[in-house]
Ligand binder design. Structure first.
Ligand code: AMP
Length: 501
């Protein structure tokens, strides 16, 4: 048996209905996609890929790119997708760290990256945004069927590198068992089935678009409207064909900004899911007011797949990430002990979803993964009496000012409630007296003239003095990465000297 292949890919055999619906109107049937997987797997094997080898991939999102994932699984190799935004220098680090057998990249980058790939012993193959390139050339004419290499639950299926905002990226090692167990749980809790059509506008180099979205659809026999990225017009045009959409919060704010986005357009939708970054409670409410639908927010990470989810039936609480998933244990810790419900601390999780450690970084693994299986997420959260989890912030974003701990999220929530404030990001900046001082970056609602001083005055009675920002600025937009996460490291760098003198 090959655990993932048998569950996700083998069932496509003989499937004559579309698996992938493409934006230009074409479709790819399940059996045609499976044949693509097989041809690529033969081509990769012929190129020297052995079980356990890494296949690093930095290419545009196409059906062919998704098929490489299937080919890697079939060969018992390890799929290693890379963010398309990474520079050649960053890619060089990943190639050196993971030493893949094959590196698949866009033809435009092949020349720049070939020397570094060669230095690490990787063969470079190309795949462009239309699915053409040397990989597809080699795959053409290969057999349409492959017998998968046997793999069990403990065998590695993928490395996903963490975003590495503090120090070097780490390769999270995920097994067949990690990935399949999570997809099986999500199938139950979100009621996925063969009649579902998922609008897939997420990247496939990240756990959200690759595992949550694609694994789940493959496992349950549904379809995907497979978009190269989030294009508002395309999404509005294709939503009528979908039953489910998964997105990062920015997808939902962009939809809310679109005049044509209304109740009628989405009346047929079964489910909207959000994750990867906090969904503002305000977005949740605005979405419901506009469409009558309550977004289901869930929480997960590269190392753990999904950990918690708001319920499908039952209350989806705005501003919370819901309840621990079946089979996932969750606890809130501080100073080595478990905190009672209602108190904020570092979230730890344990379960079949939790990864096997960081590739060739035993020390980092020991720091974050306890011997008894608990993973220290680094997220600060609180669980209420009914079990609902709220993320309060990231441990590393904690601001310590004059000896007091300040959770940026708490301050942001208060700032966001000031009329005229659309959103905010609170960071710590160096300060001569306090060590660090609280600093706020504000974004105004469209059409509002926002005065930073006036906003600070408005919250004066609402927060303890030590939590109040010492200064604030108004900006056009917060810097975000492709997964919608606010890049606080960018802000910390930009405002580093603001309060120094
Ligand atoms: P990544 O490994 O890139 O998926 O990032 C994982 C991190 O994203 C988590 O540790 C959280 O800090 C954050 N995250 C994911 N989902 C949510 C959510 N629904 N609300 C708040 N933060 C989230």
């Amino acid at each position: 048996m090959n655990m993932l292949y048998d569950a996700l890919f083998a069932p496509l055999a003989g499937r004559r209905d579309p698996l992938l619906i493409l934006p230009e109107g074409g479709t790819i049937t399940g059996q045609d996609f499976l044949a693509m997987v097989a041809r690529q797997a033969h081509a990769l094997r012929a190129a020297g890929v052995q079980p356990g080898d890494r296949i690093a991939v930095q290419v545009a999102k196409t059906p062919e790119a998704l098929a490489v994932y299937g080919a890697a699984v079939a060969l018992g190799a390890i799929f290693l997708p890379l963010n398309t935004a990474y520079t050649a220098e960053e890619v060089a680090y990943f190639l050196g760290n993971a030493t893949p057998r094959v590196f698949l990249c866009d033809p435009a980058r092949q020349e720049a990256l070939s020397p570094v790939a060669a230095a690490h012993g990787a063969l470079v193959l190309a795949l462009d945004a239309k699915g053409a390139g040397s990989l597809s050339d080699r795959a053409a004419g290969q057999p349409d069927h492959i017998t998968p290499t046997p793999r069990g639950p403990e065998d590695l299926a993928a490395f996903l590198y963490t975003s590495g905002t503090t120090g070097r990226s780490k390769g999270a090692m995920l097994t067949h068992g990690n990935l399949l167990s999570n997809a099986e749980v999500l199938r139950e809790v979100w009621r996925f089935g063969p009649s579902d059509v998922l609008l897939h506008a997420l990247p496939i180099f990240h756990t959200h678009g690759l595992f949550v979205a694609s694994n789940l659809t493959l496992l349950t026999g549904g379809r995907m409207i497979f978009l190269p990225g989030f294009d508002l017009d395309q999404v509005l045009r294709l939503l009528p064909q979908a039953t489910i959409m998964m997105g990062v919060p920015t997808f939902y704010t962009r939809l809310l900004d679109a005049p044509g986005f209304d109740r009628d357009l989405v009346a047929h939708m079964r489910l909207f899911i959000s994750g990867s970054a906090p969904l503002l409670a305000e977005t949740h409410r605005a979405f419901e007011a506009r469409t009558g639908q309550r977004i289901l927010e869930r929480y997960g990470m590269t190392e753990t797949n999904m950990n918690t989810s708001n319920p499908y039936e039952g209350e989806r609480r705005a501003g919370t990430v819901g309840l621990p998933l079946p089979g996932v244990e969750l606890r809130v810790m501080a100073e080595g002990r478990e905190l009672p419900r209602g108190e904020a601390g570092v979230i730890e999780v344990r379960g079949p979803n939790v990864f096997k450690g960081y590739w060739q970084m035993p020390e980092k693994t020991r720091e974050e993964l306890r011997p008894d299986g608990w993973f220290i997420t680094g997220d600060i959260g609180v669980q209420d009496a009914e079990g609902y989890v709220t993320i309060v912030g990231r441990a590393k974003d904690l601001v310590i000012s004059g000896g007091f701990n300040i959770y940026p999220k708490e301050v942001e929530t208060v700032l966001d409630e000031v009329p005229g404030v659309l959103e905010s990001a609170v960071i710590g900046v160096p300060h001569p007296d306090f060590g660090e001082a609280v600093f706020a970056v504000l974004v105004a609602e469209t059409g509002t003239a926002l005065e930073a001083e006036a906003v600070l005055a408005a919250i004066r009675d609402r927060l303890a003095r030590f939590k109040q920002p010492k200064a604030a600025v108004v900006v056009q937009a917060l810097p975000r990465n492709t997964m919608g996460k606010v890049q606080k490291n960018v802000l910390r760098e930009a405002y580093r000297d603001w309060l120094r003198i």
